[in-house]
Design a binder for this molecule. Structure first.
Ligand code: FE2
Length: 247
């Protein structure tokens, strides 16, 4: 009996501080995330173990590399939904996109072809290679069209480490920040972790995301959720993040 109680307590600690995940690459064969349905089912099952009840998957939408649209996503999405049912995995799965701010995105936006996460909320990202010279203009245009931009993992764009004032500037424009759980865990290095924690301190951290791509991420998530660092941070994260408002 005591062993059972201990197990339940451990399971509770392994839960994320939210139930709605807004950033993952679990739809099979469409980007650099899961490449097959078996992996997708495994990733989805792990999400439910962490307490996620609803996931809005966000395949990349970038010019040239991943020119995804509902035409490329609908079929693998339906296949994954069926596989979840067949495997008794209780995850309410939806999809949007992780929109790279590029020419293609501008066209989609101007033609009313954006597929939001929820309501008018959209997940946007930068290239990891080079900064966007007109980031503020992108954000202003997105807002002007009536969307609410959520900036995917701003803590991970290393070229901004020398220009940290950009975070305040973009936040003050009304852009919300989605930080990766694995950034807080330190999986992308110390500086990324420090910036993620600084966002938490400053009240910039509005959403958390798994940004789940593959099994290595699962291993790192499991380790972090078992850690004392997570145990200490969890109440603060629960207070700040708004993920579950996107139910
Ligand atoms: Fe992503």
């Amino acid at each position: 009996m005591f062993f059972g109680l201990f197990k339940n307590k451990e399971k509770e600690q392994l839960k994320l501080p939210y139930q709605v995940d807004i950033h993952s690459h679990i739809i099979p064969g469409v980007d650099d995330g899961s490449q097959d349905i078996e992996t997708s089912v495994f990733l989805a099952k792990k999400m439910t173990d962490w307490g996620i009840t609803k996931a809005i998957a966000t395949p990349h939408r970038t010019d040239v590399t991943f020119e995804n649209s509902p035409e490329t996503i609908n079929k693998p999405y339906e296949e994954l939904c069926k596989a979840l049912l067949d495997n008794n995995i209780n995850l309410d799965l939806h999809y949007s996109f992780e929109y790279r701010m590029d020419e293609g995105f501008i066209n989609l936006k101007n033609n009313g072809l954006i597929r939001p996460l929820h309501g008018k909320f959209i997940l946007i990202e930068n290239s990891f290679v080079q900064p966007l010279w007109n980031l503020d203009q992108f954000i202003a245009d997105i807002k002007q069209k009536g969307y609410f931009p959520i900036w995917a993992h701003p803590e991970r764009y290393t070229y901004y480490f020398q220009n940290k004032s950009i975070y305040k500037q973009i936040h003050d424009m009304g852009c919300q920040f989605q930080v990766n759980v694995l950034s807080i865990a330190g999986c992308y290095g110390r500086e990324v972790q420090d910036i993620a924690l600084d966002f938490l301190k400053k009240g910039y951290l509005t959403y958390l995301g798994t940004d789940l791509h593959h099994g290595q991420h699962v291993k790192a998530m499991d380790e972090f959720l078992r850690s004392n660092t997570y145990k200490k941070l969890k109440p603060q994260l629960e207070d700040y993040i708004l993920n579950d408002q996107l139910l």
